[in-house]
Write a protein that binds this ligand. Structure first.
Ligand code: AMP
Length: 358
């Protein structure tokens, strides 16, 4: 396939970084995003300012591009399917379907032979109370759809936590109660699959969240080689099951004995993979562009150890200090105003690669 113009649904920082990677390989990009002058459109060739499911806008995008991809997992499945009738859409729409609903996602992961937390569907307060009873009063209650960065969640730490009103408090929408996983650490893996079925994985990153938002990703993760292998194998199973094309991010809990439990997957480039632009020959963004454009996947080897830190809200004020550091790559997203909790950029600090790192 000869691709010269790539459509990207979604105009945030992930789309922006995809547009940069695309431009470096001589591709043009067109962004579909309702917010004018969004971070991605600042660096793309063109923006179509419209809703993600606007039929006329989708038709315009299909007519102007050779392939369409997306930078967030809540692209309406119907829109992706309708587009697929006219133009290749990668990753495939069924990856969106599997990732948009936490219940569907867990069933899909289990069907692939991948462990998750135990779970119950919750559609009423009575369902919640029965599910909590099954898990000894502990669990994490989440909305099935549209949750992100810990939003739409309630944690029950013990039987003493009163569930009264919790179903209504999360909006009386379809929920899932997950068993509470007493994990030792959280890791993620960024993997890519090309049209020819070849798969390339980046090294797993160890992630620390603050207030439900990713704070740092550290590579190498402090995990056993067998844990890293288990994460890679899970990624391979998921990618094969979805006949996937593109980059995926998969988050795991790691138990004290090194076992991995999949938490969630994102059919797109992922915040916990931003370190790849500084510590690898080919970044997750270029890898995704290569995959969707039908080019061979690149080398994901890591030449340095590193820590990526998100710049959230007023962290942006520390940029002058970061710029003075000789070991740090600063990447900003073109957002003119900072607000608490808003991702403004990230920094990746490199260290010499340790001799025995995963
Ligand atoms: P999520 O939105 O599913 O990524 O959840 C946000 C964060 O909540 C995760 O990164 C974990 O730190 C924590 N968490 C989510 N689910 C569970 C669980 N079943 N057991 C324990 N902690 C969880």
């Amino acid at each position: 396939m000869t691709v010269s113009t790539i459509g990207i649904i979604g105009g945030g920082q992930l789309g922006r970084m995809l547009a940069i990677a695309a431009a470096r390989l001589n591709f043009r990009t067109i962004i579909l995003e309702p917010q004018a002058d969004c971070p991605a459109a600042q660096l793309a060739n063109r923006q179509i300012v419209a809703a993600y499911d606007d039929p006329a806008a989708l038709a315009e995008l299909a007519a102007a591009c050779d392939v369409v991809t997306y930078e967030f997992e809540n692209v309406p499945v119907a829109a992706a399917e309708a587009l697929s009738a006219n133009i290749p859409v990668y990753p495939p729409a069924k990856a969106l379907e599997a990732a948009q609903d936490r219940l569907v996602e867990k069933r899909f992961l289990n069907a692939c032979g991948i462990s998750t937390a135990r779970f119950h569907a919750v559609e009423s307060q009575a369902d919640l109370e029965a599910a909590l009873k099954d898990f000894g009063g502990q669990g994490v209650l989440k909305t099935r759809r549209l949750g992100y960065d810990g939003k739409g969640q309630k944690v029950f730490r013990s039987a003493a936590d009163n569930p009264d009103g919790a179903y209504a408090a999360l909006g009386a929408v379809p929920l899932i109660l997950e068993s509470f996983v007493a994990f030792e650490r959280e890791v993620s893996i960024i993997a890519a699959r090309a049209a020819d079925g070849s798969v390339v994985c980046f090294d797993p990153a160890e992630n620390v969240h603050r207030h439900g938002i990713l704070h740092t990703s550290t590579v190498p993760a402090a995990i056993l080689p067998s844990t890293a292998d288990a994460a890679r194998q899970a990624a391979e199973k998921i990618l094969a099951a979805l006949s996937y094309i593109g980059v995926i991010g998969i988050e795991f809990f790691v138990l004290a004995d090194g076992t991995v439990i999949a938490n969630e997957m994102a059919p797109r480039v992922h915040n916990s993979g931003h370190w790849t632009e500084a510590a690898c020959v080919v970044s997750q963004f270029e890898q995704h562009i290569r995959a969707v454009a039908g080019l061979p996947l690149g080398n994901a080897d890591r030449h340095s150890d590193c820590v990526m830190q998100n710049l959230i809200g007023d962290d942006i004020l520390a940029v002058p200090d970061w710029l003075r550091r000789p070991d740090t790559l600063v990447h900003l997203y073109g957002k003119t105003e900072w607000r608490a909790g808003r991702k403004m950029g990230h920094v990746t600090t490199l260290q010499r690669k340790s001799p025995v790192s995963g």
